[in-house]
Design a protein around this ligand. Sequence first.
Ligand SMILES: NC(=O)c1ccc[n+]([C@@H]2O[C@H](COP(=O)([O-])OP(=O)(O)OC[C@H]3O[C@@H](n4cnc5c(N)ncnc54)[C@H](OP(=O)(O)O)[C@@H]3O)[C@@H](O)[C@H]2O)c1
Length: 337
Amino acid sequence: MSSFQSAPGTVLITGTTSGVGLYAVKALIDLGWKVITANRSPLKAEDAAVKLGLPFRCPNQLEHIYLDLSDLNSVRQGAKNLLDSLDGPLDALVCNAAVYKPRLSKPERSSQGYELSMATNHFGHFLLIQLLLESLSNSKRPVWKGRSWGIESSRLVMLGTVTANYQELGGKIPIPAPADLGDLSGFKQGFTDPISMASGKRFKPGKAYKDSKLCNMITIQELHRRFKDSAVVFSSLYPGCVANTRLFRNTPKIFQWLFPLFQRFITGGFVSQSLAGKRVAEVVSSPDFGVSGVHWSWGNRQKKNGEPFSQKLSERITDPVTAKNVWDFSLRLVKAN
Ligand SMILES: NC(=O)c1ccc[n+]([C@@H]2O[C@H](COP(=O)([O-])OP(=O)(O)OC[C@H]3O[C@@H](n4cnc5c(N)ncnc54)[C@H](OP(=O)(O)O)[C@@H]3O)[C@@H](O)[C@H]2O)c1
């Protein structure tokens, strides 16, 4: 790890009422960042932050805004309110929020009629990124480079996952099916009823989550391709298996009980919420993570003093033709609504 130090800035992070997002807020505040959280219940976000001992009603350190990622109008309004209220540019955006509803027998729909996990996890974040990219490009966060001051790149950080990366064992799990966008006919047909999957095939709720995370990771690769000469560093990360967060609230109770034990004692892949939050904060703030287009991982089986590394990604994530099509279809769908 380098000894370069960059000044803290202002970061927007989605989904902080619990889990990785909540602990990332804490880690970023500990590093001196001003954090703005975006949630469908700012009061719930404030309550969770207060319970963790984070600042209460200190707008210089922590603010909570309303933004429901499942509703594109709310994303537009939330982004506008944010940009109107900022004194300067945004220095980092963390796309963290997600829903995982593996037991649905039929799809739930967003305000615009899209399948809910794709709408929340991908379309909501995709639109938010379009609306905040210009502000991120204008960031000028100072960094001390040993002999002189320089400018640290702003960061756009996406929470990715092992189950969306076919390159890794966790990405090959056949239940319900690995992430795979097929021929994108679900996008082509507009993703509204009766369409519920990117491939246009039968609804599989667990796979819908994995596909949406695959879109998240594709988006980062495509952003890197399109804007690699910009001042923004685009990256994703797998923070480890944080097996006891509320992400798993819709799984069977027995799974919620056994999964953390399995990850802790059998696979050794378990990572605490606190450690996962610190990893997010490092990717946001440290010059060591200032490389665009990288998917950071600390490995699935956590080794003591394990170092972060650039995880190889499957072709399903890196293929430029798929990525361009996902981008173009997503742009059309978020603009159309
Ligand atoms: N846990 C893991 O093992 C793991 C592993 C790899 C990657 N990840 C990724 O890490 C991220 C955080 O997951 P987590 O495990 O910390 O789950 P979590 O505790 O369930 O946190 C998810 C957050 O998203 C928010 N959210 C849901 N729908 C929203 C919406 N429509 N608008 C705004 N916010 C919304 C939730 O708020 P509400 O209270 O309003 O629902 C909550 O604050 C996700 O992107 C997940 O894919 C997690």
